[in-house]
Write a protein that binds this ligand. Structure first.
Ligand code: PEP
Ligand code: MG
Length: 326
């Protein structure tokens, strides 16, 4: 089957009834290895910048970051690269920056850390803006946003980075990149109307969103069976996000693992998602599957799934659908 996926990997990601789906790459954790494999995706939907920070013995300098970011932006140019600002805390630790907490997933994580250390945040933002000079394919995404203060404060720091660089390099055309938020904390789902006025796009982090919706630690083996993005409540939230984003004209995407599961991708497309970002290994598989299916059939499947009482029931229906339609 793998050979069949690969044979079609450079074809368009288009459903049988002609709907184009943007398939993007989640990158960063394997550092440079993905760069050779770009032709069959539409760009990078999530670049996890913390991977670089995790490999170092100390915080990297602005110029070191700039050269990393430039390499990635150049490598995918002219396709977009969504770079996420540093997302540490929780399951992602830096040896040289100790965060010891009883409840790390509910603690000092993601944007909370960088807003408390604006010098780190500004360094990273400036490195990204400089790396983007003459390229223009950078988009910036903020992790773990839970309230409007965090959006406002981040936008303010981005403006500051932009102005300081423009003053420092008056002869260079520094661009203001698009900026987006991750939707991975349940509170964010209820703020989309306001945030659609402030940011350019959003992307669902279904890994953390599932963890916080179900109160199940995503890395705790003992409760791993409870961690299930097909839980009817998670599906309803994903649908609500799609509907609200459409209503408020906020471009939306999803970059959690769910989009790289064939069953998940079908349900998301039925909900209205037209952009999914996933691991390298999933792209050819998802493309293969969606080229053989009609959106109208996926919509019928979704309608049935939304009536199911448990994740198990949802998965049974979805798997049967896949078998029937292969
Ligand atoms: C997510 O939470 O779904 C996500 C994409 O980010 P990460 O897995 O890096 O937390
Ligand atoms: Mg996350």
């Amino acid at each position: 089957l793998n050979d069949r996926f690969v044979a079609e990997q450079n074809l368009d990601a288009i459903t049988k009834d002609g709907e184009h789906i943007s398939l993007l790459l989640n990158a960063g954790l394997e550092l440079n290895t993905e760069h050779d494999n770009k032709p069959f995706c539409d760009g990078v939907g999530l670049y996890r910048t913390e991977a670089w920070f995790m490999q170092k013995g100390q915080f990297p300098s602005q110029s070191e970051q700039e050269s990393w970011y430039r390499e990635v932006l150049t490598s995918y140019h002219p396709n977009p690269v969504v770079m996420r600002t540093l997302d540490i805390g929780g399951d992602k630790v830096l040896d040289y920056f100790n965060i010891t907490e009883e409840n790390p997933f509910l603690g000092w994580r993601g944007i909370r850390v960088t807003l408390d250390h604006p010098e780190l945040f500004l360094d990273q933002l400036k490195a990204m803006l400089k790396a983007n000079i003459g390229l223009g394919n950078l988009k910036i995404m903020l992790p773990m946003i839970s309230g409007s203060e965090e959006v406002d404060e981040s936008l303010k720091l981005l403006e500051q980075a932009y102005f300081e660089l423009s003053e420092q390099y008056p002869e260079q055309a520094i661009e203001r990149p698009e900026i987006g938020v991750m939707l991975e904390v349940p509170s964010s789902v209820f703020m989309l109307e306001e945030w659609s006025q402030k940011v350019d796009f959003c992307s669902v982090g279904s890994n953390d969103l599932t963890q916080y919706m179900l109160a199940v630690d995503r890395s705790n083996a003992r409760v791993a069976e409870l961690f299930n993005p097909y839980h009817p409540s998670v599906l309803r939230v994903l649908l609500k996000i799609a509907q609200e984003c459409q209503q408020h004209e906020l471009p939306f995407s999803l970059c959690g693992e769910l989009g790289g599961d064939p069953e998940g991708a079908l349900l998301l497309i039925a909900m209205g998602y037209r952009s999914l970002s996933m691991n390298y290994a999933s792209i050819s598989k998802i493309k293969f599957v969606l080229r053989r299916l009609n959106v109208s059939d996926m919509e019928k499947l979704l309608a049935e799934c939304l009536l199911q009482p448990t994740a198990k029931h949802v998965l049974r229906l979805t798997r049967n659908f896949m078998i029937e339609h292969q």
